[in-house]
Design a protein around this ligand. Structure first.
Ligand SMILES: [Zn+2]
Length: 138
């Protein structure tokens, strides 16, 4: 069965992020001017506005802690109706507390999700050449 959900579009600003995800790796955009991480990636640093941005690999062993979450019982986009409820989380990375990454917690009963729960990044292969960063219970 083909993947029915929207596939994140690669743009000039986020291409390295999604290319890395396809390799099951996390790369983050980093500002060369103020040294802060810029996530989600964009054309300029969200803190200082600098366009001197580089990319830094974080590897494939990514852990974090749930910072906030929403359990969605309604499909808000086509393709999600089969895996409701969907747990949408904001995860604070253990190694880089300033970085928070949004995703879903997979294979987890919604009643078990808690703020502060440790999670680990996983990559869901959605097509032959695309993968999405997601989270599982650590
Ligand atoms: Zn900056």
């Amino acid at each position: 069965m083909s993947y029915q959900k929207p596939i994140p579009l690669k743009t000039q600003d986020n291409q390295p992020y999604w290319d890395a995800a396809d390799r099951h790796e996390l790369v983050l955009q980093k500002c060369e001017t103020c040294n802060s991480y810029n996530h989600p990636p964009g054309p300029a640093c969200s803190k200082c506005g600098s366009t001197e941005l580089s990319w830094e690999s974080q590897g494939s062993d990514i852990t974090g802690t749930i910072y906030s979450y929403v359990v969605s019982y309604r499909p808000f986009l086509p393709g999600f109706q089969d895996d409701l409820p969907t747990i949408i989380v904001v995860v604070q990375l253990d190694n880089l507390k300033e970085v928070k990454i949004i995703g879903n917690v997979l294979a987890c009963p919604p009643e078990e999700v808690k703020i502060g729960m440790p999670v680990k990044m996983t990559w869901q292969d959605i097509t032959e050449d695309r993968a999405l960063p997601q989270w599982i219970q650590a």
